[in-house]
Design a binder for this molecule. Structure first.
Ligand SMILES: Cc1cc2nc3c(=O)[nH]c(=O)nc-3n(C[C@H](O)[C@H](O)[C@H](O)COP(=O)(O)O)c2cc1C
Length: 328
């Protein structure tokens, strides 16, 4: 079975993707990149297209519903020669996305998805894939039309998040629908939704999918990919603490490298100072590693007074050391 890291806006940048690849993810995705922003020349959007050495295969995910903009974006992404495929997002339920007619709004009319896939396919020699949902709501299943749109435009695969748009990111996974799509499909289907350990991966595998995509569980346990592939169990106690500490430090190191690359390549783009940049990620993302550990609230409070890498290091070091000792 192949295991892939889901696109997660604000999280799956090059620093995190490289971490997941190192733990065994077979494929990773950029966070969704606005085709309209690329077409209209937004350079902060181009930050999302940065990759780091050693990342392994990365798919670039685009969102948009205007074929000409997607065609422009596909040309630009292809020319970078950084990505192994281009994915179209037709599943995001966030209000700011659907109100613009993008993401999950597109599956209300599968013809829009078909036109967009055709426009991307016409502009790239990279494999093109679709990430979508069974339909807007349980009374409107459109996944077979979406599969037909993908197959008839020559797409190389389809990822199905087994929840309706009306469920957003919660609620049950419709394994029966994933299995039905697999039965009808001529292209590989990747299954997504609520996979966070061996037993949930087994449930997804029973549908017959070719690959399993993991989203939120990877934010806390990026090593899950390796554990699932090797059949190993996620450790507990001092082994877990040591692993969390190592991942935290590797993640910070990757972010420092990414920040240096961004500052070099986009000198006029107001890339924030390193301390502020890191702190943003530590607050929003890296704390996932420490959830449930004692004294984490104290460490979090200290972050309010930190603005440089040196200050971050001196706040983090006692926290990391203390817990490795406490738990062992
Ligand atoms: C914070 C967050 C950001 C997301 N960003 C994207 C995105 O950029 N593109 C996309 O196709 N899906 C996005 N998703 C959906 C995930 O890729 C995935 O389909 C969903 O989380 C279900 O998988 P999971 O249960 O393993 O998390 C996002 C989900 C979350 C929670």
């Amino acid at each position: 079975m192949k295991y892939v890291l889901a696109p997660l806006a604000d999280y799956t940048n090059a620093a995190f993707r490289r971490l997941c690849h190192g733990f065994g993810a077979d494929l990773t995705y950029t966070e969704m990149v606005s085709a309209a922003a690329l077409a209209h020349g937004s350079s902060p959007t181009r930050h999302l297209l940065e990759v780091l050495p050693g990342e392994g295969p990365v798919a670039c995910q685009l969102f948009g519903h205007i074929p000409d903009e997607l065609a422009f974006a596909a040309r630009e992404v292809t020319a970078l020669k950084r990505f192994v495929s281009i994915d179209l997002n037709a599943g995001c339920p966030m209000p700011r996305i659907v109100q613009g007619g993008d993401g999950a709004a597109m599956i209300r009319n599968p013809q829009v998805v078909r036109d967009c896939l055709a426009a991307i396919r016409a502009e790239t020699n990279l494999p093109v894939t679709l990430k979508t949902r069974p339909g807007p709501s349980p009374d409107k299943v459109v996944m077979f039309e979406l599969l037909d749109a993908a197959e008839s435009t020559g797409c190389a695969g389809l990822t199905l998040h087994g929840r309706f748009t009306s469920q957003k990111h919660g609620g049950e996974i419709h394994y029966d629908l994933i299995a039905e799509l697999v039965r009808r499909a001529k292209i590989p289907i990747t299954g997504n939704g609520n996979v966070y350990d061996r037993s949930t991966a087994d449930l997804m595998a029973l549908t017959g999918v070719s690959a399993i995509m993991i989203g939120r569980a990877a934010l806390k346990n990026p090593w899950l990919f390796g554990d699932l592939k090797s059949g190993g169990e996620t450790p507990s106690g001092d082994v877990l603490v040591a692993r969390q500490n190592a991942v935290f430090q590797d993640h910070v190191a990757n972010l420092i490298e990414l920040h240096a690359q961004l500052s070099r390549r986009f000198p006029n783009d107001h890339v924030p100072p390193l301390g502020d940049y890191l702190l943003g990620f530590v607050r929003t993302h890296l704390f996932h590693y420490f959830r449930g550990r004692p004294n984490v609230a104290t460490f979090r409070r200290q972050l309010n007074d930190i603005h440089t890498l040196a200050e971050l290091q001196s706040a983090a070091t006692p926290f990391l050391n203390q817990h490795a000792t406490v738990e062992s």
